[in-house]
Design a protein around this ligand. Structure first.
Ligand SMILES: [Zn+2]
Ligand SMILES: [Zn+2]
Length: 197
């Protein structure tokens, strides 16, 4: 009787494990990482790891999609972040990453170079490695990129820019300066954490 029952017990245990895994995966939808144009594999892996660690969600790297002229900014030298978001707007959580320079319209400046842009709230955001690489080694560059990724996903989750005055919070407005990004730590302040949906 004991021998007969053992496999059954195992099956029941496995079923239970499967059910609990499914429920967990359902609660936390994965975040897809979409390379736009060629993106370094090491860079993609680092962003994936960082997003998974911070948001406790799976991050799945998608096959690359090609850059195309329709998402270029009017000056035709860089890409327009808003056009990228509109073109690839997703119903799943999508973090688009490109090595090309991206810009958006800001006040009177037609093409204001940015690190990233995301819907708030929404499911799609875009980040660029272009402005984060300057004058720094790979480690610092990856740190900056991870911060920008977490910031833009934060917007997707409904977070606005941080107003708590904590300059170490990742949700501060970088205002186009890398100095602010470097000032931040890999965390949200207590207020942003509370607002995170
Ligand atoms: Zn904050
Ligand atoms: Zn922002």
């Amino acid at each position: 009787m004991t021998i007969k029952n053992q496999p059954l017990k195992k099956i029941i245990t496995y079923c239970f494990l499967f059910v609990s895994f499914s429920v967990n995966a359902q609660n936390k939808a994965p975040i897809y990482l979409q390379p736009l144009g060629k993106v370094n594999t090491f860079t993609l892996q680092k962003v994936k790891q960082s997003v998974e660690q911070f948001y406790k969600r799976r991050c799945i790297i998608k096959p690359m999609v090609s850059l195309s002229p329709d998402i270029l900014a009017d000056g035709k030298t860089r890409y327009e972040a808003g056009r990228i978001l509109r073109k690839y707007r997703s119903v799943q959580n999508l973090l688009i990453i490109t090595e090309q320079d991206i810009a958006t319209k800001k006040d009177n400046v037609k093409e204001w170079g940015i690190f990233g842009l995301g819907y708030r709230p929404g499911k799609t955001c875009v980040i660029s490695t272009f402005r984060l690489k300057r004058k720094v080694g790979r480690e610092k560059f990856i740190e900056r990129l991870n911060k920008v990724a977490i910031h833009e996903i934060g917007h997707n989750c409904g977070l606005n820019h941080c107003t708590s005055g904590d300059l170490h919070c990742l949700m501060n407005d970088a205002k186009g300066t890398i100095k602010q990004v470097d000032e931040e730590q890999m965390k949200f302040c207590a207020n942003c954490m509370r607002l995170l949906k």
